[in-house]
Design a protein around this ligand. Structure first.
Ligand SMILES: Cc1cc2nc3c(=O)[nH]c(=O)nc-3n(C[C@H](O)[C@H](O)[C@H](O)COP(=O)(O)O)c2cc1C
Length: 356
């Protein structure tokens, strides 16, 4: 019953409006180079991330696991990721850590040679909550072993936790717990749609994380997802919270600049095309992450996922060509322009670098 919410999330994300209201990527423009000065056929989209070689700087960001139907989704994603040569993250492995019978829906990714596999546990699970003891480093190791993960995403989702009925809202000690985990396993600190500030990124870096997935505002809003669940259950307070916080967070493009503290940054949050990924990389990200965009093809087949990934990579390559970027390193340095509402965010940024 507890994990019925995983199935609810899929159902809601496929059928309801769960998107943040603004599409921030439309406010980032890359500068067209009329004579790119290179042969498009010679463009190299490959990249090394966390010591692994990917054919393109694309990650399928965490979606699911732990309920009937999840195995097919993870199989389809993993088979396509292996075929195309991109990274994949599984959804929260909490269900399988609490009930090993559910591990199969994650373990399926081990059947494929995916170049970069990212495990997933929640920061709220690393500290004691009302009815539950904390997961420790042993569970983190177990999660990694379950899928032969290269790195473990520890997701920060307190926006979601405040709107969901069974929410874990004790955040005291999470940073320290992430630090303890990062001493034993490689950790990717990951938000889930509300972004990360520079201060937060610095604190996470000092705790030893190896990378940051900014999971910014502009795509799937978990406040919106939980709003729909709350409406379905006639939960008045929670549905109103979900509405009120629908657009809470730091836009993904802003968060990429904020989280630039010398670690690889994965830009997830509202990416729909390879052009969005190119924009994210021009802002300094190491890779673009796609979550909800991959859900519908993942419900279908590995071929549908691979087709979607190939279109994304073709769009990314086209943007590289039209900006004269021979490789991903050059793409990180191409100029961009920020317009509209997003430019107000960018102009308001002020960084006081902490003393170390
Ligand atoms: C159906 C669904 C389930 C998700 N479950 C998880 C999860 O278990 N763990 C996690 O770290 N992120 C989870 N996410 C968040 C995504 O990884 C991502 O950060 C967020 O959806 C923003 O990206 P998007 O706009 O491309 O969807 C989930 C997203 C979706 C759509």
């Amino acid at each position: 019953m507890k994990f019925a919410r995983k199935a609810d999330h899929i159902e809601i994300c496929l059928n309801k409006d769960v998107n943040a209201t603004r599409k921030y990527w439309d406010d980032v423009q890359m500068l067209h180079k009329a004579l790119p000065g290179l042969d498009m056929g010679a463009i190299d989209t490959s990249v090394e991330l966390f010591g692994k070689k990917l054919a393109a700087p694309i990650i399928i960001s965490a979606i699911t696991g732990g309920f009937e139907g999840a195995e097919k989704i993870n199989l389809n994603l993993a088979q396509a990721a292996a075929e195309v040569g991109v990274g994949i993250g599984v959804g929260s492995q909490r269900p399988a850590l609490e009930n090993p019978e559910l591990a199969g829906s994650y373990e399926v990714v081990k059947n494929f040679k995916v170049p970069l596999v990212i495990g997933n546990v929640g920061a709220p699970q690393l500290v004691a909550q009302k009815k539950r003891a904390a997961f420790g480093v042993d569970e983190c190791k177990q999660a990694m072993k379950m899928i032969n993960a290269d790195i473990l995403a520890i997701h920060m989702n307190f926006l979601q936790e405040i709107v969901q009925p069974e929410g874990d809202t004790n955040a005291a000690g999470c940073l320290e717990a992430i630090g303890a985990a990062a001493k034993q396993v490689p950790v990717l600190a990951k938000e889930t749609g509300a972004g990360i500030t520079r201060e937060m990124a610095h604190e996470l870096r000092l705790k030893g994380v190896k990378g940051i997935d900014v999971g910014g505002l502009g795509g799937t809003s978990f406040s919106a997802v939980e709003y729909h669940r709350a409406v379905g259950r006639n939960e008045d307070t929670l549905s109103r919270l979900g509405r009120t916080f629908w657009n809470w967070g730091i836009p993904t493009p802003v968060s990429i600049l904020e989280a630039d503290v010398g670690l690889p940054v994965i830009a997830t949050g509202g990416l729909e095309t390879g052009l969005d990924a190119a924009k994210a990389i021009s802002l300094g990200a190491s890779a673009g992450g796609f979550s909800r965009k991959m859900l519908a093809p993942a419900m279908d087949s590995p071929e549908a996922v691979a087709r979607e990934l190939r279109v994304i990579i073709a769009e990314l390559k086209a943007a590289m060509f039209l900006t004269g970027a021979r490789n991903v390193g050059e793409l990180q340095a191409v100029p961009y322009v920020v317009t509209g509402h997003l430019s107000e965010w960018m102009n308001a940024l002020y960084w006081e670098e902490p003393e170390e």
